[in-house]
Design a protein around this ligand. Sequence first.
Ligand code: SF4
Length: 142
Amino acid sequence: MLIQINLSKNNAPWLLKNRNLLLKNCENLLFSVKNYYSFKESNEEYINLRGFFQKLAINRIKLLNIPKCFYPEAEIITEDTFSGLMENETSIDVFVKKFFLECYYEKSLRCKKCIYDSKCKGMHINYLRVYGFKEFEPIIDL
Ligand code: SF4
């Protein structure tokens, strides 16, 4: 059974402090991040993921909604993020917000060099607004 952990500034320090506990269950750990609508919330909640995984340094974990290059040692779990309009939903505002939250991902030009380019959707725009495109590091070889 997978244990999903949504990373944030609240839980990241505890997770790093309790790395030994996590090591015992590493194959069941699924790390993910939420997408936020506002820059303010993104800035308050997001941690630097690349830095976090380097400090955590636990292989065989799984990532959801986080690109492979942020921690190449991890296995990527994919899911279809856009759930479409809800039935009976007629508001364009709701649609736009939903689309922004679920579909507004970006990659860098450098991603064209990455062997995962065709399978990877990149990162949500609001994470990139906080940490920038420098987070992407193309993976050239397996
Ligand atoms: S395609 Fe880009 S975002 Fe995706 S893993 Fe490669 S470098 Fe990272």
